[in-house]
Design a protein around this ligand. Structure first.
Ligand code: UD1
Length: 443
């Protein structure tokens, strides 16, 4: 077994999903310890217990608990995150800094996400070097790439609905932006490229018949939605059962956004292979957590329900509320991103990053009500969004096996954290408003 030491503190080196070893430096002596599958399970349990007992719902894995590949990119290397001032990127920056990397962010601070002032977000770690620029701007990007060892490509427009009327803009930022980045990278390849893809590339998730026959590629038409016949059906007219969706499901691209995400991942993997630049694509499921862009009208259902409830309004549920999704905490996603950077076997692969669990939208509204401590019945509207899928949730077997990814934030813990953060956001607004009112009165 190869041992590698890059610092003087205790670190865990990850060798396979079921094995890890710890090296401690005690004065000048090195103490090594290998943990087999049994101990690994024990450690996982301890980690889950730890996350439950942490104050302020902090899910950050301590440095000693971090899993690092033994051929890992050395600490203190500089990592560039395009779009790193956004929701997911900012959490990845925190994880990387905690692991000892140097982090540079290249971001346009788009007004739709960051407001008209386009200020540096307060949540962005002060140790992050922030360069302002558009990913399509060759010169600015080339400067951002100077001295960089690895790249996360997160810069993208992310509204599914909006992509259907801002076609040129989405194609320009997402598709051409990725092309410009890859054009630069072939001149000076990095040790690793990690690109953010999305569950939206699947369209509907995978289904099976009552007899267990797998159905890949079924969809609902507008006529069906008009009749409020929500479920997908077999040729015989029987309801199909949703099952976890693996990476092998045939993509079904139902929006310009989904098309652009598929284009980003395929182009990156293709160029990565051709130029021997190890590349990883991560298909994120419904990611939620602090720093979600609330001013953005395309934010997900959890933030919408939480805001409605905090304002004493009933959450409005589309269809009958029995549609299922896979909500994954941004902390688990950020950890998956670190693994995608560090695990050698991840190169040239695509991974689902979800929670491995799924809930109906009704259940989500109920749990959110409990998290905000409000007894408000949700309204089941029977309305529908054209192009909405019925069910999609992840099969994370591949990420577990190859990346050693294991989500640790339970849905209820994640909701509590989201609600605490949202309340803080509201409180901040009120404080600002109150201060302004006092100032206006000369107080
Ligand atoms: C979509 C995208 C996904 C993107 C996410 C957040 C697809 C297949 N997926 O996911 O890539 O990351 O948006 O931008 O396009 N709902 C309500 N009431 C509401 C809002 C939503 O009942 O007020 C329901 C929706 O009908 C849906 C579920 O909640 O069934 C989830 O909706 P949403 O959070 O918008 O995400 P997705 O559509 O799953």
């Amino acid at each position: 077994m190869t041992w590698e030491i890059t610092g003087d503190s205790e670190r865990i080196f990850h060798h396979s999903p079921n094995q890890s070893c710890t090296i401690r430096q005690n004065n000048s002596a090195l103490i090594g310890e290998t943990h087999g599958p049994q101990e690994f399970i024990q450690r996982e349990n301890n980690r889950a217990a730890l996350s439950r007992t942490l104050p302020q719902m902090s899910f950050s894995r301590s440095r000693n608990e971090r899993q690092c590949a033994h051929n890992k990119i050395e600490m203190s290397k500089r990592i560039l995150i395009t779009g790193g001032a956004g929701f997911i990127g900012s959490h990845v920056a925190d994880e990387l800094l905690e692991s000892g990397y140097t982090v540079r962010v290249f971001d346009s601070l788009a007004p739709q996400v960051h407001g008209p002032e386009r200020n540096r977000p307060t949540y962005l770690n002060s140790e992050v070097e922030l360069l302002l620029g558009d990913v399509r701007d060759e010169r600015a990007l080339s400067k951002a790439l100077e001295g960089v060892d690895a790249v996360y490509h997160f810069a993208a427009m992310v509204g599914v609905g909006q992509s259907m009327y801002e076609i040129a803009q989405y194609t320009s930022v997402n598709n051409s932006g990725t092309a410009v980045l890859l054009q630069q990278l072939i001149k000076k390849p990095v040790e690793r490229l990690v690109v953010a893809s999305s569950m939206s590339v699947y369209g509907e998730g995978l289904y099976q018949t009552d007899e267990g026959e797998i159905v890949d590629g079924s969809e609902r038409g507008l006529e069906q939605l008009r009749k409020h016949a929500w479920e997908l059906t077999s040729r015989e007219g029987k309801d199909l059962q949703p099952i976890a969706t693996p990476e092998t499901k045939t993509p079904s691209l139902a929006s310009v956004y989904a098309l652009s995400k598929y284009d980003q991942e395929r182009m990156s993997l293709l160029i990565g292979r051709a130029y021997k630049m190890p590349t990883v694509a991560l298909r994120f499921f419904n990611v939620y957590g602090p720093h979600q862009a609330l001013s953005n009208p395309y934010t997900g259902v959890l933030a919408i329900f939480a805001s409605q409830l905090l304002n004493n309004n009933a959450p409005s549920i589309f269809e009958d509320g029995l549609q299922r999704r896979d909500f994954v905490s941004v902390h688990d996603v950020a950890h998956a991103c670190t693994l995608a950077l560090e695990v050698p076997e991840a190169a040239d692969e695509v991974f689902n990053i979800g929670s491995g669990e799924n809930f109906t939208v009704r259940e989500v509204a109920r749990r959110m009500g409990a998290a905000v401590n409000k007894q408000i019945e949700p309204e089941i509207t029977g309305k529908y969004r054209v192009g909405d899928i019925r069910h999609c949730f992840s099969d994370i077997t591949k990420a577990r096996k190859i990346l050693g990814y294991e989500p640790i934030v339970s849905f209820d813990e994640g909701l509590e954290e989201l609600v605490n953060w949202l309340e803080g956001e509201v409180a901040v607004d009120k404080v600002t408003q109150a201060k302004a009112e006092l100032a206006a009165r000369g107080l």
